[in-house]
Design a protein around this ligand. Structure first.
Ligand code: NAD
Length: 480
């Protein structure tokens, strides 16, 4: 028996390959039963989950806070509310989502009716990252339950206390053949990825996304890849600078910049550069105080590895000529990095090549809109792109000449909170969509069903192909 030790420091849970295989088997055996569950039954399960979250809200907050000091109010907004509101949204709409969708019938196949039937894909795997260790497990889980799929969940080993909590928390709500949490790192993940899951919902880095997709290809499992990348924010001359600055500081330094949709770098029009930078500095002082180390508004960096990565990237950028506008202080003892604004970052610096995923914000100036587009287009298609402008023409100019998973205009990050919008990347930043209806569809097969009611026109066109039949075919091609 080949056993794999979890790499997380906290829970010494040992999951063997045999154990993972057993869980996969019992979920597999349960998939057709769950697939036939009614909307009422699924809504009931979601209600149970909602009640448990509300019941244990304080405990959930303490556990997430303990991981890397995420502020309590931020946990409430980004980890608790996003999940509770997603459950409510799903419960409200589930009956409608599950119902068959009638589609039209072309004249050429008159006498038949067609519909789309949403059926559960079956046993699924959710692999989650550490930056929202609760919400990024629960949100896809809500979609899987709504679609009627059993799920194995592999939370991040970087936040082992949250992973351990999730295992116990979900085991108290769901039987193992419906939802099972398996803690652990790469070894565990690799074994799970070798199993023929019907769907894999992965949230994490593009590099690991590639590994997940390669593994999925072996079993032809479908995938949703929620990845990251470099999300720009453009600040046009016409923007309300005070408001834009405040909103950028809010969305960039939430979770200490460890957010997939955080603005990664700013493109600021040359004409407003100094005014806008002054506003950014003011907003930083207001939101996170002049002495950010002492406030309770900022998360720490998740672990030493990421702290070192960010410190080094900052150091190298400065060596290359970058200038600190504000911030720049680091504290190893608690892995604290002050919110940092930078100018003159060399274009080839790591900070402008790789996703930053931390509280460092490079500012680039541009002289023309074409120049801004050229800078964005040189990079991979981002998960999000933000436009701050009061000019409709300029906004449309940027919207029509760029590609991104999502865009918010005159605000950052908020697109994530609207359950009616699809959430996901494009190209390098991801594949497939999550949230609400789109999340339900990710775990569902859209089965096409056509029913023939009366003798069909097609009956006339079967072989042997007489001349008169060819004539009908010709007319069909011409007129229908
Ligand atoms: P990561 O890719 O390192 O890890 C994600 C998950 O994959 C973890 O559970 C990890 O155990 C597993 N994993 C890591 N290496 C693996 C391997 N070689 N084989 C199999 N599994 C492996 O990502 P992370 O550091 O946890 O999260 C940060 C990244 O996630 C950033 O790029 C960020 O933009 C992205 N992200 C995207 C979204 C989104 O919704 N699009 C949300 C949050 C984070």
């Amino acid at each position: 028996m080949n056993s794999i030790h979890n790499t997380g420091t906290n829970p010494p849970t040992l999951t063997t390959e045999d154990e993972m295989d057993r869980i996969f088997q019992i979920q597999h055996a349960n998939e057709s039963i769950l697939a036939r569950s009614t909307a009422k039954e699924r809504r009931k399960k979601l209600k149970k989950l909602l009640d448990a979250i509300l019941d244990q809200r304080e405990k959930i907050k303490k556990i997430i806070h303990a991981a890397y000091g995420k502020p309590y109010a931020e946990i409430d907004l980004t980890e608790v509310y996003t999940v509770t509101s997603a459950i409510k949204h799903t419960r409200r709409n589930l009956r409608f989502w599950m119902s068959d969708q009638r589609v039209g019938t072309p004249i050429s196949i008159l006498g038949s009716t067609s519909r789309i039937q949403y059926e559960a894909k079956g046993v699924s795997l959710i692999i989650a990252p550490w930056n929202f260790p609760f919400m990024l497990v629960l949100n896809p889980l809500i979609s899987a339950i709504a679609a009627g799929c059993p799920v194995v969940i592999k939370p991040s080993e970087m936040t082992p206390n949250v992973a351990m909590f999730l295992r116990e928390f979900l085991a108290n709500i769901f039987p193992e053949n419906e939802v099972a949490v398996i803690e652990g790192g790469i070894g565990i993940s690799t074994h799970l990825l070798s199993k023929p899951f019907r769907h894999i919902f992965f949230t994490g880095s593009p590099a690991v996304g590639r590994i997940v997709m390669t593994a999925a290809a072996k079993n032809l499992s479908s995938v949703t890849l929620e990845l990251g990348g470099k999300s720009p924010a453009i600040i046009d001359r016409s923007a309300n600078l005070k408001r834009a600055a405040r909103r950028i500081i809010w969305s960039k330094f939430m979770n200490a910049g460890q957010v997939c949709v955080a603005p990664d770098y700013l493109l600021v029009h040359r004409d407003i550069e100094s005014k806008f930078i002054a506003e950014l500095k003011k907003s930083l002082d207001i939101l996170h105080s002049k002495n950010p180390r002492t406030t309770d508004t900022l998360s720490r960096i998740v672990n030493e590895k990421h702290f070192r990565r960010l410190s080094l990237a900052l150091e190298n950028a400065i060596k290359g000529g970058a200038k600190i506008i504000q911030g720049g202080s680091l504290e190893t003892t608690d892995q604290f990095i002050a919110p940092t604004l930078l100018s003159d970052v060399p274009l080839n610096a790591e900070l402008l090549r790789e996703e930053i995923f931390g509280p460092i914000l490079p500012i680039i100036t541009y002289a023309t809109n074409e120049e801004a587009i050229a800078i964005i287009s040189k990079k991979n298609r981002p998960l999000a792109l933000y436009i701050f402008s009061r000019n409709k023409k300029t906004t449309n100019y940027f919207l029509s000449r760029t590609k991104a998973g999502s865009t918010a205009i005159n605000i950052g990050t908020l697109q994530f909170f609207n359950h009616n919008l699809p959430f996901g990347g494009v190209g390098y930043s991801g594949m497939g969509k999550a949230h609400g209806w789109y999340g339900f569809k990710a775990f569902s097969n859209e089965r096409a069903v056509l029913k023939q009611h009366i003798p069909s026109f097609v009956d006339l066109l079967m072989p042997p192909f007489k001349k008169w039949k060819q004539r009908i075919i010709d007319l069909t091609i011409r007129w229908l």
